[in-house]
Design a protein around this ligand. Structure first.
Ligand code: ASP
Length: 291
């Protein structure tokens, strides 16, 4: 089997001048994942390597560079799944440099699927994973500029009005890979939507919403988590492929469903034949692929 890999750095409209650096960040991550596949490594290891690199890119909204929630804390989500049905996920984890590494640990233990919050951080630290201050000057500045009276008071109802009138802050990262043994893996990682109510969880750590993988197809989503969660978009794409739709047909159906909710999103996917798909309905999504 010929290995294939695709990464994304999230959909949305980036600040002026950030299009190229975001694309370059994706290229570096694609290189990191591709190096693993080129040496005969597994799709799982390649996805982890690529997502680690994306998490280390301060411009992107995952790991270092995660948006801060309304109380000024970055709480991160990450998930991984392999084509043999194993999955690992962490949600609302503060202070870990690479949350995707903890998601991989959970996947490989094959006991629980999802861990959350400070307890997940404690496990990560016991495992020797690197702790980090993930808030970058740029994201702290962004948080301060967007801090409203309602944010400060954590007035949920008033904050809800603000969310409805605002463009969502996007920029989640993800990777899908197919290795030379025909194994698929998919992973996604995010700082979520900035300025949200503390503890808000989006689609990214939810297996079936932000990430899904079967022996036929792997998928990583980006976009408005609240919509992707109710549609279970990544699982929906996998179901459509298993029902006989082509990867492209399945992807367009998933995107139409997101649009049906008047929402924004993007996806990357690879099927067992090595077909690669990249779709989004925003003005921009950074991505890079290798084959
Ligand atoms: N899907 C992410 C979330 O809702 C945001 C993103 O894609 O940038 O947390």
């Amino acid at each position: 089997m010929k290995p294939v890999l695709i990464v994304h750095g999230g959909c949305g409209t980036p600040p002026p001048g950030e299009e190229t650096p975001r694309m370059e960040a994706c290229e570096r991550a694609a290189d990191a994942g591709w190096e693993v596949l080129r040496r005969g490594g597994s799709a799982l290891a390649a996805v982890e390597a690529a997502v680690c690199q994306l998490e280390d890119e301060p411009l992107l909204n995952a790991g270092t560079g995660s948006y801060l929630q309304a109380d000024g804390v970055a709480r991160m989500d990450a998930s991984l799944m392999t084509g043999d049905g194993r999955a690992g996920s962490v949600t609302q984890v503060p202070g870990l440099k690479n949350p995707i590494q903890l998601a991989r640990y959970v996947l490989e233990q094959d006991a629980h699927v999802m861990l959350c919050g400070p307890e997940a951080l404690q496990l990560g630290l016991r495992l020797g994973l690197e702790q980090a201050v993930v808030a970058t000057p740029g994201k702290i500045d962004y948080w301060q500029k967007h801090l409203t009276e309602h944010n400060l008071r954590l007035d949920y109802a008033k904050m809800a009005e603000e969310w409805k009138n605002e463009n969502p802050r996007l920029g989640t990262v993800g990777c899908v890979a197919l290795d030379n043994e025909g194994r698929l893996a998919a992973g996604t990682s995010t700082g979520g939507t900035g300025q949200c109510y503390p503890g808000r969880i989006g689609d990214t750590p939810i297996i079936g919403a932000g990430t899904y993988c079967t022996s036929l197809v792997g998928c990583s989503m980006t976009g408005v988590g609240e919509r992707i969660m109710v549609l279970l978009s990544a699982k929906r794409l996998a179901d459509l492929v298993s029902d006989g739709k082509t990867l492209t047909e399945a992807g367009h159906i998933v995107m139409r469903e997101i649009e049906g909710l008047r929402s924004f999103g993007g996806l990357i996917a690879i099927d067992a034949n090595g077909n690669v798909l990249e779709l989004y309905n925003t003005s921009y999504m950074s991505a890079a692929r290798r084959s």
